[in-house]
Write a protein that binds this ligand. Sequence first.
Ligand code: NAD
Length: 253
Amino acid sequence: MDFGLDGKVAFITGAGHGIGRMFALSFAKEGTAVAIADINQQWAEQAASEIVELGGKALAIPFDVSDQEQVNDAIQKTARQLGQIDVLINDAVSPYLTGSLEELGDTEWDDNFRINVKGSFYCIKAVAPLMKERRYGKIINMASIVGRRGSVVPTSAAYAASKAGIMAITSSAARELGPYNINVNAMAPGQIDTPRWRDARTDEQIERTIQGTALKRMGRPEDLAGLALLLASDASSFITGQTITVDGGSLCM
Ligand SMILES: NC(=O)c1ccc[n+]([C@@H]2O[C@H](COP(=O)([O-])OP(=O)(O)OC[C@H]3O[C@@H](n4cnc5c(N)ncnc54)[C@H](O)[C@@H]3O)[C@@H](O)[C@H]2O)c1
């Protein structure tokens, strides 16, 4: 399917690893130039080299999404070196993913809000003036089904609350930026088999997860690519302010 993304530019946070990395590779295959923005410089550089070796266009941007100055610099640098920013994907996420309410401490709570919520806000704030000027932009935020239904240990309540916050930012930004032809949507994945997800669970928890989906399987990062490409393309130009669930039929069970 041709999504018409050839020649576009995407700034993807957390693109050094997991789902974000898969997004970067999927967009690059469509001919989109990608800025791999990640706190882990080595991962960002590796992902960018892989894309370049495959014939794509990529720029490694080491940065901390929770530092507003670094975010502004990263967005400006991308626009300067790649010409513009058509697509922003807010994928970076705090590294903590464990704990019941009693185990949950201030550090985990604050990190989830600082990186997941404030980081997404900083990126939207930095990219909005550039998109408004061109009257064109697609913003995709990463929520989660736990932002809708609440956490299931070992996923923490802090993480779930941060993802609910991202859903609220999505509809707020959609309302504010809609008049400038900027679409803002979010994806709410179910359980996706990334090292981060698997490492935090026992075999029994993984089996229970699989049985809890209508499709009776774990999601793969690639299962999210189609929706990301669609939301970044003009095929979805009348969709905005939505959080779209991609969970293999987990919430419907
Ligand atoms: N894996 C799942 O089951 C699942 C389910 C629902 C939603 N999601 C969402 O999908 C997204 C990706 O998840 P994943 O499993 O691929 O995560 P991951 O941990 O594999 O990757 C996260 C990336 O974010 C980067 N990062 C962390 N802190 C950062 C910071 N301060 N600044 C810049 N980059 C930073 C990391 O270096 C890493 O490359 C997240 O937003 C997550 O909440 C994942």
